[in-house]
Each structure stands twice: as structure tokens, then as C-alpha cells.
Design a binder for this molecule. Structure first.
Ligand code: IVH
Length: 725
């Protein structure tokens, strides 16, 4: 008996909490204070701790659950998630309306106007009124299962009671689609927090939303406040064919123009009724509002079921009314708590929607009117360079302050040297500056007219890093300039994190939190400083007890024994990954020889081409990097390895393998050649010394003949190898 009454207690407490969650997160109209809400949650937690058998997955305490074990699983959509066609002008919008008139043969069309929220679309599946799956759009046909993250979003109901669904006129199994977004205030807060911790910033709320939904730790998603707005409802029955679905639509709702929820038999709770998929042979497509006779009612039903539906919506009887809605929100756009990039206009009547159908990727019954980017014209007073945490140098235009869409803009990014050249921009130029949802606005063009004289001072990338004075290089084929000094304070945190990470120096315990503290306090100024850390220094940090401090010190000590290739990898030389580091260690056997090697010598190393060779030479040309190596040597790291003895007869010779050899696989043949000092390339060029051709050799053999490159068969290769040892 006791258990039963406890069960009732716990469930009514949950219901009360759900109601407050709804008032707070969906309606933005809380009835109780945060403290009172916390008290209720704590009470529930206590009850659940005492009666774990009564915990249910839809309990408000269970929003943050386990993380997906192996990344996100791909899931097929019940019906494709489509996108919308865009209109960028009144004329384009009128053309769309004309098409709607022509195709339906009617002029008295009602439209629903909704804000076009700038986030990411998501599909939420409910079974028996419970949230079972949250799926990203993906390629429209298949998305990723992000349920564990979606569950943490408080405006997403984890379960909806049968009574509520019945009242709303929605069956117990259904799918809701809508937009996940990050409100601007949350976005700003999150970026401030990230900045404090030296983490990279998200450029805009849209990227932040996608990044948050697609990261693997639900507790992180829970901390970043996301919001979900529903704008589409389909009955869940993806397994049915279009024909079946259509039949059920017809029988259940009396076909096109069926009645609303009140008079409809659809209110019977568990009926999996109406989806509207296209006709036979046409890929299944979801039409919002298929359960109801019009979209407006669908939105109201979603609202009644407890979803957050944007209240900033309107019905429009004609073009003038929808145009008015568009104008109104363009003006008020800045006052919204989230980013929008336009207005979505939808034909209200579901039957007409069906009639209008779809083009390739978008419905004909809806269109997105996109607002013009908020832009302004101003003058570039100067261009300075910012150094990012990877060492990338970004030119930033300092502008004569200009108001754009409600904020004053005084800086804009110019991205890189290629962009500056593309725009043809000089200091003193008048330019157009665009502000999307992005944190940093961008320069989009130079104004070149009689009212705006052109600037004359060209901008050049500095040869020395403005932060540390280190060498600045630009790798071939790359747009970005970078600082190569691994001691550069701008990239310190990233450098240390890479060095300490698993697979590199493997210093367990030296993660984000510790590294941030060490670099922020100036205790660690380069990777060599890791080896000078004392216990007292570690103990002075937050959340560091004696035992953890000792563990970190032990880990640091252990790392000294790791082989040379790890150290080479840990240095963070651009383009030198784990494998290349291994080849370099094997080839040179110690770091001093590597340090002195020229590009030619470096290119003798397996998989090292001109680009990597140049990057290595540039790295060691920086005196601060050589100094760093010496400090690592003094600290006792392993800077000598075992030089892998290779034959030398084939040294400097380049081979290309083609066709199938009888006695060796490609990899075996490659190894034989490399062990004899030769190099194996992927394509034939004038630099190729030998092409080894097996059975069914193809175009590489033709090319060899064309270029007069010596061709060997398997036997020829064996003879050459025998001679070389
Ligand atoms: S309806 C068949 N309504 O815009 C497509 N979409 O450009 C139904 N979006 O992928 C979409 N606000 O992510 C619809 N009120 C709204 C929207 C909206 C934002 C997004 C959505 C969609 C994209 C299309």
C-alpha cells in the first residue's frame, strides 16, 4: 500500500514540476521563484533516491542521462526533411504568390506568417506521448540520433499526458519538427565563459546551436541554454507507403478539408492516423498540418500539447497583410531574444498544400522571405592583425564607427590575405560592412565612386608575429598566415593541450581545466615549463589536492621516457602528424640531425613532400623553437631514438607501383623498396626513376612509356633489390 501511495505522490510531484517547467521554459511566465522550483526538484530527487524503483525516464530529474557511447547513430527520417525556397524581394514573393494562385485556381488564399528562426531544424519522435528520439536534419533523408542532448532542452516535453494530447487533438504517436536555437543572451554568456577559459568562440548562435546539439556530452548541452520551437506536426508512421498513408488520411479525416480537432474522430487517443505522404512512386513527404485541416490549427494544437510555438505568428488574408508582417518584424528584429533571418510564409489550408505539392527539394506551399543582410557603409581607418589560438593571423579592419541594425560596429574581419586581395581593399577605403548573426562583422566590398575617395595605403601581413615577434609563414596553397613560434603566448594553451594529450606525451590529468589555470597564471609559458612544475605550484591551483598533484607529477616524469617520435609529434610542427613524426624519428634517429636537415634531405623521408619539408625547416629556423628543444633536452626527455637502418642502394630513387604483383602485395613491395632506401610515389612524373608493373597495369604504365621512365617487372625489382643489399 505504501508503495502505491508513494507512487502517486511522486507522480503528482513530477506533474507539478512539469507544469512549472512549462510555465518557465515554454511560456516564459513562471509562477514560482527559482528557489521554490529548486526545492521541488530536490524533494523529487530525494524521493527518487529513496525509491529508485519508481524513477521513470520522463522524470524531470532524468533530463541529463548517459552519453551516446559511440558517437551519434544515423537514423532514417520518417519523411524527408526538406528545405524552403527563398524570396529576396517583393517581386520574388509576388511571383510565388502568383504561382500559388495559378496552381490552385484560387485567389482567396490564407497564409500563415512565421518568423524564420536561425537555428537548426530537428525532428522529435514521440511514442505513447513520450519523447523517444531527437534527430538532426542531416542530408534530409538520414539524420543523427541526438536524443540524449535534446532531452536536456527544457522547452522540449519529455512526456505529454494522454489527456493533454487528447485535448490538443493529437494521437499518442507523432513527430514534431521545429527549430532548435540558442537565444542571443545564452550565446553571449557562453562565449564570454569560453573566452575566459581560452576556448575558441562560436561565430554566431546558429553555429553554437549546431555545435551544442552535436557534441557528445549531454551535461554540457544542459548547461548551454537551448530552446526549441515547434512548427510542424506529422503522425509518426514512416513505415507506411505513400498509398497506405493516403488511404488512411482519407478514411480518418474525410480527405481534403477535413474538420478540426474538436469535431474530428482523431481525438481518440492512440490512433496512428494521418500522415500525408505524396502519391505512389513519389518519395514520402511530410505535409505539416496534415492532421488538421489547416496549419494555423496545427500550431495551436502543438501549443495546446505543451510545445513552445512561436507566438509571433499571424494569419494573412492577402499579400498586403503578409507584406506588412514582413516589414513589421524587419523593424523589430533587433528586439527579439533570438536571431531570425526572414519570415516563412505558408499556405494555411492543408488540402491546398497537398494540391500544391513539392518541387525537387522544397514545398510549393511555403516560401522563406529572406531579409537583406544588415549592412552599413564606413571607412577603414586602419587594419590590425589578431593572432588566434592556432597561430593564425587574421587581419581586422578598424572602422569609423557605424550603426548597423541597432549596434555600433567598429571592427570587421577581413579573414586573410586572399580576401584582402579579392576585395582589393586598402587602408582609407570606404567599404560596405555586413553584420549577420556573427560576432565579428565582415567587409563585403569596396565602395568605389566619386563620393568615396579610395585609400592609398596597402596592407601587408607582418613578417613577425605581433604577439611574440616569432616568424610568420604562409604554407603553399594556404590562405592563412601563421606564427611558427611554439612559445607564442597566443597559442600557448592549445600547444600545451596538444603536447600533454593522449597519443602525444600522454600526461594524464593535464586537461582543459589544469592547462587553463597553468597558462592563465603564467606558471607555464611553454611546453618545457611543464617539466619545471613543482608540487607547491600545483597545490596552489584550484581543485588540486595532494594526491592529484602527485599523480600529475608522476605522469610528467613518466612522459620523459616516451620515444623520440612522440616528442617530435608533440612539438606541434604544422603538417607533422603521428605517422610523419614516426618516419622522421626513424630516418634521423635524433632531434639534432632533424633540426639541421634541409628540405632536400627531409624529402627523402617517407611521406614527406615539399610542403611538409618546408614547414619543418621553417619551424626550426625560428630560434625560439630551437631554444625550446634545448630546454626539453635539459629536462631529460628522450631526444634520441633508434635510427632505422635502411639500405642505401636505392636511396634517392623514386618508384611507382602499378598492376598486381604475383608474390607481393602493394604494401609488401613498398616496404621492400623503402627498406632499401627508396621512395614510393603515387603517380608517374619526370622525377620517377622506375615504374614497377605487375599484371593488368593501367594508365601509369602508359605514362611511364610516354615519359621514357624505366619499367621493371617483378623479377626486375627483385634483381634490383638483391643488388642493393
Ligand atoms: S517550415 C518543408 N518554419 O528554415 C520545410 N522552417 O530554409 C518546412 N526554419 O530547414 C520548414 N524557421 O530549419 C519552417 N517557422 C519556420 C522556420 C523554418 C526556421 C528553417 C528550417 C528549415 C529552413 C529552410
Amino acid at each position: 500500500m505504501k508503495a502505491v501511495s508513494q507512487d502517486v505522490n511522486i507522480e503528482s510531484l513530477r506533474d507539478e514540476i512539469r507544469r512549472h517547467e512549462y510555465r518557465y521554459y515554454v511560456l516564459d511566465d513562471p509562477e514560482i521563484s527559482d528557489a521554490e522550483f529548486d526545492r521541488l526538484i530536490n524533494e523529487l530527487k530525494k524521493l527518487e533516491a529513496a525509491h529508485p524503483e519508481l524513477i521513470t525516464s520522463d522524470s524531470p530529474t532524468q533530463r541529463v542521462g548517459g552519453k551516446p557511447r559511440e558517437g551519434f547513430v544515423k537514423v532514417a527520417h520518417s519523411a524527408p526533411m526538406l528545405s524552403l525556397d527563398n524570396a529576396y524581394s517583393e517581386e520574388e514573393l509576388r511571383n510565388w504568390e502568383r504561382r500559388v494562385h495559378e496552381l490552385t485556381g484560387r485567389k482567396d488564399i490564407e497564409y500563415v506568417c512565421e518568423l524564420k528562426l536561425d537555428g537548426m531544424s530537428l525532428a522529435l519522435r514521440y511514442e505513447d506521448g513520450k519523447l523517444v528520439r531527437g534527430i538532426t536534419r542531416g542530408d534530409g533523408n538520414t539524420g543523427e540520433d541526438v536524443t540524449s542532448n535534446v532531452r536536456t532542452v527544457r522547452s522540449v516535453p519529455l512526456s505529454i499526458s494522454p489527456e493533454k494530447l487528447k485535448k490538443a487533438g493529437i494521437a499518442a504517436d507523432f513527430e514534431v519538427r521545429g527549430e532548435m536555437l540558442m537565444p542571443i543572451a545564452s550565446f553571449k554568456r557562453m562565449n564570454e565563459e569560453r573566452e575566459k577559459h581560452g576556448l575558441s568562440l562560436f561565430a554566431n548562435p546558429r553555429n553554437a546551436t549546431a555545435g551544442t546539439v552535436r557534441q557528445l556530452e549531454p551535461s554540457i548541452t544542459a548547461q548551454r541554454r537551448l530552446d526549441f520551437f515547434a512548427y510542424m506536426l506529422i503522425a509518426s508512421n514512416g513505415s507506411r507507403t505513400g498509398e497506405d498513408a493516403r488511404r488512411s488520411t482519407n478514411t480518418d479525416s474525410g480527405g481534403a478539408g477535413g474538420d478540426g480537432p474538436a469535431a474530428s474522430p482523431r481525438t481518440s487517443a492512440r490512433r496512428s492516423t494521418t500522415i500525408d505522404f505524396g502519391g505512389a512512386g513519389v518519395p514520402a513527404r511530410a505535409t505539416p498540418g496534415a492532421i488538421f485541416s489547416n496549419h494555423w490549427e496545427t500550431l495551436n494544437a502543438l501549443d495546446a500539447a505543451g510545445f513552445k510555438v512561436n507566438p509571433r505568428r499571424a494569419l494573412a488574408d492577402n499579400f498586403d497583410e503578409l507584406w506588412k508582417f514582413i516589414g513589421q518584424w524587419e523593424e523589430k528584429r533587433e528586439s527579439l531574444p533570438y536571431e531570425i533571418d526572414g519570415v516563412v510564409i505558408k499556405v494555411d489550408n492543408t488540402a491546398l498544400q497537398r494540391e500544391l505539392g513539392f518541387t525537387g527539394k522544397a514545398p510549393r506551399w511555403a516560401i522563406a522571405y529572406k531579409y537583406a543582410a544588415r549592412a552599413g557603409i564606413t571607412q577603414i581607418e586602419n587594419i590590425h592583425v589578431q593572432v588566434g589560438r592556432t597561430g593564425k593571423l587574421t587581419p581586422v579592419a578598424e572602422l569609423k564607427p557605424v550603426p548597423i541594425g541597432g549596434t555600433t560596429v567598429s571592427r570587421a574581419t577581413l579573414h586573410n590575405m586572399d580576401e584582402i586581395e579579392r576585395l582589393g581593399v586598402k587602408i582609407g577605403d570606404w567599404v560596405e560592412v555586413e553584420r549577420g548573426g556573427d560576432v565579428i562583422p565582415k567587409v563585403t566590398r569596396v565602395i568605389d565612386d566619386k563620393d568615396h575617395s579610395r585609400g592609398h595605403k596597402a596592407f601587408h601581413m607582418p613578417e613577425k608575429c605581433p604577439v611574440c615577434g616569432g616568424h610568420v609563414v604562409r604554407a603553399e596553397g594556404e590562405a592563412d598566415h601563421r606564427c611558427v613560434n611554439q612559445k607564442c603566448p597566443a597559442k600557448l594553451r592549445e600547444t600545451i593541450l596538444h603536447f600533454a594529450s593522449r597519443g602525444v606525451m600522454n600526461i594524464d590529468g593535464m586537461g582543459d581545466a589544469l592547462v587553463t589555470q597553468l597558462t592563465d597564471r603564467g606558471v607555464v609559458k611553454d611546453v618545457a615549463d611543464i617539466y619545471k612544475l613543482t608540487k607547491a605550484q600545483l597545490l596552489s591551483l584550484e581543485r588540486m589536492g595532494d594526491k592529484s598533484a602527485q599523480n600529475v607529477l608522476n605522469e610528467i616524469e613518466r612522459s620523459k621516457k616516451l620515444p623520440l617520435e612522440r616528442v617530435i609529434y608533440g612539438l606541434g610542427i604544422r603538417f607533422v602528424g603521428e605517422r610523419t613524426a614516426q618516419f622522421l624519428a626513424e630516418h634521423f634517429g635524433d632531434i639534432s640531425t632533424l633540426e639541421k636537415a634541409g628540405e632536400e634531405e627531409l624529402q627523402k623521408v617517407e611521406e614527406v613532400g615539399p610542403r611538409i619539408a618546408k614547414s619543418i625547416v621553417e619551424f626550426f629556423a625560428e630560434p625560439k623553437n630551437r631554444e625550446l628543444v634545448e630546454e626539453l633536452r635539459a629536462a631529460g626527455l628522450t631526444l634520441k631514438g633508434k635510427k632505422k637502418e635502411r639500405g642505401t642502394k636505392l636511396a634517392g630513387k623514386t618508384f611507382v607501383l602499378t598492376g598486381t604483383l604475383a608474390n607481393y602485395t602493394r604494401d609488401e613491395a613498398k616496404k621492400l623498396i623503402e627498406d632499401a632506401g627508396g621512395k614510393v610515389a603515387g603517380s608517374v612524373s619526370k622525377k620517377t626513376d622506375y615504374v614497377v608493373a605487375g599484371a593488368d597495369a593501367g594508365s601509369k604504365l602508359d605514362k611511364a612509356k610516354e615519359l621514357g621512365v624505366e619499367v621493371l617487372d617483378e623479377k626486375g625489382l627483385e634483381q634490383l633489390l638483391a643488388a642493393s643489399f
